[in-house]
Design a protein. Structure first.
Length: 431
């Protein structure tokens, strides 16, 4: 927790609804995310001045109405574009199960807080795995909803063309389902409108199980082969799903994710440059190289340097890739992948002082199966699968059809019942 709002928390607690599903529950906002009136947001070293939110975003309003009490904001990597959480502004967040490895990013502060039992849930957001990766690294549940399920407004009409998703990391599937019930729903004029189930998501967890057709992959579409421990976790989950009565089919990903990843980064570099220019306008000066870590400066330069036709070409290819991914997985009720193809990396592995834009994004093969479901809009959830002998969690990801979080949550709940990972209590060293 890098920004504390204890006085606001006490004030909110005194005024909070007593009948909300999370009435009186403490949680953390992410230091990139929802505008909650009266809370502060900070950015990079150069833009460390706190911005105080003058109003609530719709997401914050719904969290407030659910009864949640924000204690402060959680640590994030600079500008959020990293799967570790080691900003120079606040220093690294460590994994509470094993402090030698990353808790993931960009919602690493939120995940570490929930995994360490500081709070039972915390806000998270995901533009390329930033909910699911830290959930995997910290042994948590991390749902990335369908595109459009959670509104951006009123501050934003759209964020990265529907490729950024706001939600939370939680300890249980039940809590994720309840949080979705409390926060989902469109605003008039929203650009994306997924279908809403007739039964609330929490109530749907108790429905009778159906036999599902579930695809899975044991091979990476690009980059190194899965770590042996990751392959073992996947195979263990396949066996569990078969034991639960489902039909499992191995499927090798055919969509060209490597090219789609390059196009996606071309698009979001423009979006990030726009965001940084907005921060600079608020600060009353231009963005300078010494404001940012080296990769973020390279990303800013990449975004500012693109022509409109270059941007449009990448955007068109990104959209076509998203459609191709959705079409490839359409035959399956759910699809199983690793969350990360490798074990959580040691602290310091993900160095955002890398000045070469292309070299930095080429290293993201650990997260091969993350951004594909940002650009396609499909819902995806990371679930804890196993722990290594040295207490490093390994997660697996289930992907569903657009608008069908219900099937994912129901299936995840059955896995949770069969493999009650929340009962595991490795020793945690607190310093």
């Amino acid at each position: 927790m890098v920004i504390r709002h204890f006085d606001l928390a006490r004030q909110t607690a005194a005024q909070a609804p007593q009948a909300g599903p999370f009435a009186g529950v403490p949680f953390l906002l992410k230091n990139i995310g929802s505008n909650w009136k009266g809370t502060r947001l900070t950015g990079s070293i150069g833009f460390r001045e706190a911005f105080v939110c003058g109003s609530d975003s719709e997401m914050a309003r719904r969290m407030r109405n659910a009864g949640l009490i924000p204690l402060g904001r959680s640590n994030v990597p600079e500008n959020g574009w990293c799967i570790a959480t080691e900003p120079p502004l606040y220093g690294p967040t460590l994994n509470p199960w094993n402090p030698g490895v990353t808790p993931g990013g960009s919602s690493g502060g939120s995940a570490a807080a929930v995994a360490s039992r500081m709070v039972p849930l915390a806000e998270a957001s995901d533009g390329g795995g930033s909910i699911r990766v830290p959930a995997s690294c910290c042994g948590l549940v991390g749902l990335k909803p369908s595109r459009g399920r959670i509104p951006y407004g009123p501050p934003e009409a759209d964020v990265w063309f529907g490729c950024v998703y706001f939600f939370a990391v939680t300890r249980t599937v039940r809590d994720s389902a309840a949080f979705l019930d409390a926060t989902a729903g469109n605003l008039p004029g929203d650009p994306y409108t997924p279908p809403t189930p007739a039964t609330p998501w929490l109530a749907g967890l108790a429905q009778r199980s159906q036999r599902l057709r579930i695809g899975y992959t044991l091979t990476s579409p690009w980059g190194p082969a899965f770590a042996p421990e990751v392959s073992a976790a996947l195979k263990d989950t396949v066996a569990l799903l078969e034991a639960l009565g489902h039909q499992l089919e191995e499927h090798r990903f055919a969509s060209d994710l490597e090219t789609a990843w390059i196009d996606y980064n071309q698009v979001n570099s423009v979006e990030i440059a726009r965001d940084l220019d907005a921060q600079a306008k608020w600060a009353g000066r231009a963005v300078r190289e010494d404001d940012l870590m080296a990769f973020n400066w390279a990303q800013y330069q990449r975004g500012r340097g693109q022509s409109a036709t270059q941007f449009g070409t990448s955007f068109d290819r990104m959209r076509k890739a998203g459609r191709e991914i959705a079409a490839e997985l359409a035959p399956y009720d759910a699809f199983l992948t690793p969350t990360l193809t490798q074990l959580p990396r040691p602290v310091g592995y993900w160095d955002m002082n890398e000045p070469d834009f292309d070299s930095y994004i080429a290293r993201w093969t650990d997260a091969t199966f993350m951004f594909a479901f940002n650009i396609s809009g499909l819902p995806a959830i990371s679930l804890p699968a196993v722990w290594t002998p040295d207490d490093i969690p390994i997660g697996v990801q289930l992907v569903g059809r657009y608008g069908d979080e219900a099937t994912l949550l129901h299936l995840a709940a059955r896995i949770e019942e069969a493999r009650p990972w929340v009962q595991r209590r490795p020793s945690i060293s607190v310093s």
